[in-house]
Design a protein. Structure first.
Ligand code: ZN
Length: 302
């Protein structure tokens, strides 16, 4: 060690630092365009504010159990084989910022179709876990395959960003204040392996997109892929979320994700289905009216 740290001197210096930081109201600069880490301030109380940032959080399930009874090298190889593809997927879908935290990774998306790109990245990581990673682990350890898979969360909010740490060294990192990262992590914590949970504002975008909300043409008739899910420990605005258990269809995944990420939402193959849904609703109204009329005639009402 080059120098001997003096605890009492550090405490004195930090006393001043904390007082100074708490006194000043940090300046917030609204920043348009993509997130560039090089733009983030360090050492000064200045934060950049980015509007409507979508966050995808991907966490490897059961990773603490992976260590049990296995060689360290095997666990390390599972980490590497699982986390790198998650990062590549976030990058391919155009994440502005990607961070790795142990066996988890998250990506931040802003700009054109950022919400759709974030959702598609999440589904793709989940698909990788289910269709590639887990089958490979089962092949390698057929008798006792490690139980794992990605747990995905997705949320959106404005975010404040700045770098915290020691400038001019490797010991500083971007820090994000705001709901998106926190809530995406909470969604991921509340998911099981191969599940994706999204907050209410993300769920609303999914419900408005037929490529995301309904099963593909390969299914007999379109079914809703997402179920309602109440998210714990988040604000009322985000609570009423949804959960997805299925992955991309091997046949339709490419074309669907491309359409979703370029702003398409209406599926031509669902024209007939949409009409029958409308008819169905209309029929229900008619039936209700008829039964009401009968009840009125029978003197139940009035
Ligand atoms: Zn399909």
């Amino acid at each position: 060690m080059a120098s001997r740290p003096k605890v009492s001197e550090m405490m004195l210096a930090f006393d001043e630092h904390v007082a100074e930081q708490l006194k000043a109201t940090p300046e917030v600069l609204t920043t348009e365009g993509e997130i560039d880490v090089a733009d983030l301030f360090i050492n000064v109380p200045k934060w950049r504010k980015y509007a409507k940032v979508s966050c995808v959080f991907a966490d490897l399930a059961g990773s603490t159990n992976l260590r049990k009874g296995r060689w360290e090298a095997s666990t390390a190889s599972i980490y590497e084989s699982a986390v790198r593809p998650a990062v590549v997927i976030l990058d391919e879908f155009g994440a502005d910022f990607i961070d790795i935290q142990g066996d988890a990774a998250f990506g931040l998306f802003v700009g054109d179709y950022s919400r759709s790109r974030a959702i598609c990245a999440g589904i793709t990581i989940k698909t990788f876990g289910e269709q590639v990673l887990v089958p490979a682990l089962h092949k390698k350890w057929p008798n006792d395959p490690p139980e794992t898979g990605f747990k995905i969360g997705c949320a959106i909010s404005d975010l404040l960003g700045k770098k915290i740490g020691i400038s001019g060294t490797a010991h500083n990192a971007p820090v994000w204040a705001g709901r998106a990262v926190n809530y995406a992590a909470k969604c991921s914590q509340q998911a099981q392996a191969h599940e994706m949970i999204v907050t209410k504002p993300i769920a609303e975008a999914i419900q408005d997109n037929e490529y995301l909300f309904y099963s593909c043409e390969c299914a007999d008739s379109p079914v809703e892929l997402w179920k309602d899910r109440t998210i714990e420990k988040v604000a009322e605005t985000d609570k009423a979320g949804m959960i997805l258990s299925s992955s991309w269809c091997k046949r339709c995944g490419d074309s669907y994700s491309e359409k979703i990420c370029s702003g398409s939402w209406k599926r031509p193959d669902l024209d007939e289905f949409r009409m029958s849904e409308v008819k169905d609703k209309y029929q229900k109204v008619l039936n209700f009216r008829d039964s009401n009329a009968k009840q009125i005639r029978r003197g139940i009402y009035g």
